[in-house]
Design a protein around this ligand. Structure first.
Ligand code: ADP
Length: 240
């Protein structure tokens, strides 16, 4: 049972090797120590190839670590089999990707009810009402019956954010959530992430290559060559 004082996530000495046992075996994360508290809003930045996506996939329970330990909500992930990992993902994590990954044949509303369908096997009336309310909150109340292909890129990301937060997971992981958008849409989508954070107290870990966006996070973790090169509180706006 997780004590409430446990960090939300705690990685200690985490390594990741790809192509183990083959000539092209390579270690891409070299001993990552990282904790994230409940309610934090952090950026993960670093050059291309530094290991950001790999680290996010490990934290998101999409990839297994090669060494070290990873505890989520006090639970050691090494003890979890694939079914338990899937369950953990469904109860604890929301995901936003660079490309929205919405199902094209389904409406915005149907896409936002998917997490409930996956977690609970059905969409209750209460879940449906809540999905509508979240779509309203992200400014898409009038577009909830449209399919992704009928929406702009920024609107599609709004639907993806609604889907990520609809079950109020303790942690949302976002991999370049604005990477596919023009500057104005990126600013709006980022503002929406901050708004959701303020409303829900969900933790956010946002991979971005955009220093402007990192500056609007509360903490900036910088990865270089598979190691954490710096980890610092971001100066609050107006502090210099
Ligand atoms: P970033 O997100 O910072 O660009 P990645 O985590 O995607 O970095 O990649 C880190 C390193 O791991 C890169 O050298 C990349 O080529 C390698 N890598 C990533 N995924 C795989 C994979 N599935 N198999 C082999 N190597 C991989």
């Amino acid at each position: 049972m997780a004590a409430h004082t446990d960090p939300l996530i705690a990685l200690a000495g985490v390594t990741k090797r790809y192509n183990v046992g083959r000539p092209n075996e390579a270690e891409v994360l070299h001993g990552i120590d990282l904790t994230l508290a409940r309610g934090e809003f952090a950026a993960l930045i670093g050059p291309s190839g530094s290991g950001k996506s790999t680290l996010l996939n490990i934290i998101g329970l999409l990839e297994r670590l090669s060494g070290g330990s990873y505890r989520i909500d006090g639970e050691d992930t090494a003890a979890l089999d694939d079914a338990a990992l899937t369950q953990r993902r469904a109860t604890t994590l929301g995901f936003v990707f660079q490309f929205h990954h919405l199902l094209p044949a389904f409406s915005a509303l149907e896409n936002v009810t998917l997490p409930a369908l996956m977690r609970e096997g059905r969409v209750s009336a209460a879940r449906l009402a809540h999905a509508r309310a979240v779509l309203d909150a992200v400014g898409l109340g009038a577009a909830m019956h449209k399919r992704p292909g009928e929406l702009s890129g920024g609107m599609q990301q709004r639907v993806a954010i609604a889907r990520a937060v609809v079950l109020q997971p303790p942690l949302v992981l976002a991999d370049e959530p604005t990477g596919n958008l023009d500057t104005a849409s990126a600013d709006e989508v980022f503002a929406l992430l901050r708004q959701m954070h303020a409303q829900l107290q969900t933790s956010f870990l946002v991979v971005t290559h955009d220093p402007r966006l990192a500056a609007r996070c509360d903490r900036t973790i910088t990865l270089v060559d598979g190691r954490i090169a710096s980890d610092a509180r971001t100066a609050p706006p107006g502090a210099g």
